[in-house]
Design a protein around this ligand. Sequence first.
Ligand SMILES: Cc1cc2nc3c(=O)[nH]c(=O)nc-3n(C[C@H](O)[C@H](O)[C@H](O)COP(=O)(O)OP(=O)(O)OC[C@H]3O[C@@H](n4cnc5c(N)ncnc54)[C@H](O)[C@@H]3O)c2cc1C
Length: 474
Amino acid sequence: MTIEPVHVVGGGLAGSEASWQIAQAGVPVILHEMRPVRGTDAHKTEGLAELVCSNSFRSDDAETNAVGVLHAEMRLANSLIMASGDANQVPAGGALAVDRDGFSDAVTAKLEAHPLITIVREEVSGLPPVEWDKTIIATGPLTAPSLAEAIAAETGADALAFFDAIAPIVHFDTIDMDVAWFQSRYDKVGPGGTGKDYVNCPMDKAQYDAFIAALLEGGKTEFKEWEGTPYFDGCLPIEVMAERGPETLRHGPMKPMGLTNAHNPSVKAYAVVQLRQDNALGTLYNMVGFQTKLKHGEQVRIFRTIPGLENAEFARLGGLHRNTYINSPTLLDGTLQLKSRPGLRFAGQITGCEGYVESAAIGLLAGRFAAAERLGRQPALPPVTTAFGALLGHITGGHISSDDEPGKRSFQPMNVNFGLFPPLEPGTKLRPDDFEGRFRGKDKSIAKKKAMSARALADCRAWLGASPRAEAAE
Ligand SMILES: Cc1cc2nc3c(=O)[nH]c(=O)nc-3n(C[C@H](O)[C@H](O)[C@H](O)COP(=O)(O)OP(=O)(O)OC[C@H]3O[C@@H](n4cnc5c(N)ncnc54)[C@H](O)[C@@H]3O)c2cc1C
């Protein structure tokens, strides 16, 4: 029986992994990569899976770090990206860093040598023709313009973004609720709210003045020459707002109107920082209107001066980058398929994940889903307790959308982090003979991460055991 191929557009981190997974499942692949026929502003070679910036896959700690757990799950799933990374590792402490050329060469060689993979060096300049009934688009943050326009035409212009404008996201359990309080402005209930939907952090005048001074002095990252300065009205970085005058933020995202400090009702806050629930689990809250180009270290230092956030742990820090990505939670189904055009999947950073490893992981899932369908099977979804499932959940539904801010819809790219995982079941053993509740502070936080990691890996093993397995990468 002839098995029709799956087409993969883009041979970056996601497209390379997707192609490998499909081929290892016994399904032919045609991989379309435009380099070297056409380049991007960041890629420098014609190698597949080129790392455009850092050579790090970040932490390789599969016990207490979410990206380390994702590494481990990908290894269990016979990831080509992880096998090639491991084979080209360079010393980097607890991180997995790689020799970028050796890594890209290894991925390219494996894909070129695979009997079921055909690599075509060409730009796909519009949506795939209908004859390509199963296609994965994995063209990344720098998707070529003509394809991006075609995607915008299919999905609606508002559904495709060319820049991200990210406000920091905080783990809820690190906010001091003895200082902060829950309240919506003017106690508005709205269509889906309770009147107490926001976490509010109060500032007095001295704290506000010091905060504005810190924003103005704080080190900022620069835009790359080709990125331009992508400021949209209503979505300015907070430090740019602060430059426009000391009162600007107090009349913008930090306005105190309609809010009464539940811990000190008789004293009106001079300014208020609001955080809004970011995921359905309620474990993550984003800082409303706080998109910023401050350097990451500066963000942590300055935002921890906000009352209630002194011990905040950030699931992600703010940023503003050139980045092409779709509004996945509304456009894609649970298997990364475009609802308006079944058979067409998206993978990698264009779906709203962020980073080399996350992009490859979503490529791995999209590849497995497409191969399963091609073989007449139902795609098996990873459990929500795994890093795969947590990341997929963020993209296809876990994020709570809020479009009440001017200028921008709220779905923003995200790295994998423990805030995307469901909380532990009550009574979970944190260490042998200990139960949740006995630990305090940092020890408890580490013990919880260990328990979440162990749960993720056990559930991932069970899932892979139950799904049709790819053969080993080597
Ligand atoms: C400047 C910059 C710096 C970054 N730094 C880091 C970092 O330090 N660490 C990190 O983890 N992540 C970083 N990222 C993000 C990282 O690049 C992505 O997470 C990752 O590469 C995404 O993988 P992907 O497969 O989705 O896209 P890519 O790896 O970009 O692959 C997409 C591929 O599609 C091809 N393509 C595009 N359009 C077409 C078309 N129409 N037809 C055919 N082929 C096409 C491209 O040539 C490319 O090979 C950075 C991104 C940028 C832009």
